[in-house]
Design a protein around this ligand. Sequence first.
Ligand code: ZN
Length: 165
Amino acid sequence: MTLDPAARLAVKESGLWGITSALKHFATTIGRTVYIPPDWDASSVRNVLPHEILGHVKQFRWCGLGIHPTLGIFPGMALVYVWGIIFPLWLAWGRYRCELHADSASWSWHLAKRLWTPNDVLTRAEGFATTVSSKAYAWAWPRKWALWGFTRRARQVIRKAALVG
Ligand SMILES: [Zn+2]
């Protein structure tokens, strides 16, 4: 499954990622590297890769002016995350937009491969909107707004996939 030839996988070492319990249980992408919690099985990893690689690695690539995802770490993506940390926690618009983009890239991919049905996409969109507005994402966006935005985007992705497929 080649989603981006520059992307790399690594296992999260407990020492480095033990800072917060939230980080321990999520995949985290920095530059071209997707860090995976050590206790994940292969199917959990497969499920999250389209989100991390088509979404976040591509975002790092954009911030690196399209040259290489590693160049996007600083200052581009760092700003998005710092903004999310130092400004009112529940209004981290940049993080919300990054997650919305990454997850909708994953929905399109799963629909195109016929791995998910439109209903799967809607269920995932609602579930992930809840996650993004929870403690795990530092309450990046109010829950009602996140649900509205994710459901709306899910319907667009489903409509587009139906036209293509
Ligand atoms: Zn994400």
